[in-house]
Design a protein around this ligand. Structure first.
Ligand code: GUN
Length: 285
């Protein structure tokens, strides 16, 4: 039987419709518009596309986005001064500094300079700590996109074996914490480059989540028949955009699978909107 295709593009559209209503209510009740400040340093083509898409998403749901474009030679001090100004600006609810930053700028102090209350990426150490303790202000966008994709497709996590391949700060690590938290109640295994017999571990998964950035890394022999497979990878290859999962081969065994593109990616973008509205609600309450 062919697997269920977990259509993130369609789901993102549905969630944006819901958000547009919530944003309109907020604007009416608070007489102010949720506002995201997007900071882009330099002219990395991929980053320019990401920021343009994020701003387009904002527009679709009625969130205002202000773009701050800085030249590639911007100094650490200049960027920190802009962040300070945005932290102080009562009309700004969310701040997003698009990564990667040019090499003369250290990323960590920049992310730590963003007010945790406006940190819609949830990258600030205080927000990471709050997430671990189960009292987050914001959920990081890609992990929350995965959680929402599972929830809205009625794929239960409670008591399930979840295997995550990839321990990045942005995806694998926070997602492992979120799925092990009370409420999600999964049994989580976090795999990485030193995991021994990775295929055998992956085959234990009821839900296999892959975020390592290697094209077609997960093959059919690594998947338990009927398992749900979530592909977070986006790899640019000669064959175009492909995920970390060999979609064709794994579709022969999986019970449900995300496509790339059109799986997790659209939900990541939607979660930024969710977080911006949440920031505005908190700051304007
Ligand atoms: N660059 C690649 N992914 C991200 C992200 O999620 N947030 C930011 N700020 N920059 C990125």
């Amino acid at each position: 039987m062919p697997p269920t295709i977990l259509d993130g593009k369609q789901l993102a559209k549905t969630i944006r419709k819901e958000l547009a209503v919530e944003v309109a209510d907020f604007v009416k009740n608070k007489n102010c518009t949720p506002t995201l400040a997007a900071v882009l340093v330099g002219s990395d083509p991929a980053s320019e596309v990401y920021v343009r898409n994020k701003r387009r998403d904002c527009e679709k749901v009625g969130i205002q986005s202000n773009l701050h474009e800085l030249p590639a030679e911007t100094t650490q001090e200049e960027l920190l001064a802009l962040i300070d100004q945005l932290n102080q600006d009562a009309d700004v609810h969310g701040i997003l500094v698009q990564l990667p930053l040019p090499s003369q700028i250290s990323t960590e102090p920049v992310l730590e300079a963003i007010s945790p209350a406006k940190d819609v990426d949830a990258f600030h150490p205080e927000n990471v700590g709050r997430l671990v303790q189960g009292r987050p202000l914001f959920h990081p966008c890609t992990p929350q996109g995965v959680v929402e994709l599972l929830r809205r497709n009625a794929i239960p996590t409670s008591g399930q074996n979840v295997v995550i391949i990839g321990r990045s700060d942005i995806v694998g690590k926070p997602l492992s914490i979120m799925l092990a938290q009370k409420g999600a109640d999964a049994t989580v295994t976090l795999c990485h480059s030193r995991t021994s017999d990775l295929p055998a571990v992956a085959r234990q998964a009821d839900i296999l989540i892959v975020a390592i950035g290697r094209a077609n890394f997960v093959t059919a022999d690594m998947v338990k028949p009927g398992a749900t497979v979530i592909d977070v990878g986006i790899n640019r290859t000669e064959a175009g955009l492909v995920g970390d999962v060999d979609f064709e081969a794994v579709s022969e065994v999986a019970g449900a699978i995300t496509p790339v593109p059109g799986g997790v990616g659209p939900l990541t973008r939607v979660m930024l909107l969710v977080n911006t509205l949440a920031a505005a609600r908190r700051l304007e309450s």
